[in-house]
Design a protein. Structure first.
Length: 187
């Protein structure tokens, strides 16, 4: 087995990336403390062709050298916007036809393996503060919540790890819908 070179990976140029259609998935980062976590989400969003990231509350914004350390220039190509309050973003996205889901451990959450996006559905996913999670007032505005099943002694993943797991899973279900079963009923 030989590792492939950068040329063999056939990555998009910045110009090509900017003109390539993105998946109808938006990320909301709600009061993320760590610039490294924010940068990691930018890098994941780039890799999976996520349409936009909303940075809310105390979440730092580019340009920032700490974000750049993990984003590695993804912060320069992934669309992003800042808003003081995640609740305002949720309300705005609802008016644009998005279904908004908190990625959080709440009553009646949908386990990630059971969550299946509806065809043509625009989705926004909220990831919360490293300690406190998604604010309850924001959870209250959501259409539902998605939870990553966990089996060890810790009660949560790092927020950037959660974002990677959830975004990869959901984007695969959007890209390859035939390989997934029918959506679970929603209230």
């Amino acid at each position: 087995m030989k590792k492939r070179t950068m040329a063999e990976l056939n990555r998009l140029s910045t110009k090509e990336y900017l003109h390539t259609p993105k998946l109808p998935v938006t990320v909301i980062l709600d009061n993320i403390r760590s610039c490294h976590n924010t940068g990691s989400v930018f890098r994941t969003a780039d890799a999976l062709m996520i349409e936009k990231i909303w940075l809310c509350g105390i979440t730092a914004t580019p340009p920032d050298k700490e974000i750049h350390k993990t984003a590695l220039d993804a912060e320069k190509v992934v669309a992003w916007e800042y808003a003081a309050h995640a609740s305002d973003v949720v309300s705005h996205l609802h008016t644009l036809g998005y279904r908004v889901y908190a990625v959080e451990q709440v009553e009646n959450s949908i386990p990630l393996p059971a969550f299946l996006p509806l065809p043509g559905e625009k989705i926004a996913l909220i990831f919360g503060n490293e300690v406190k999670g998604v604010q309850q007032e924001v959870v209250d505005l959501c259409d539902g919540a998605i939870e990553i099943p966990q089996f060890g002694t810790k009660h949560s993943f790092n927020v950037s790890v959660s974002a990677g797991i959830v975004l990869w899973d959901i984007t695969q279900k959007i890209r390859f819908p035939a390989s997934h079963s029918h959506p679970a009923p929603r209230e």
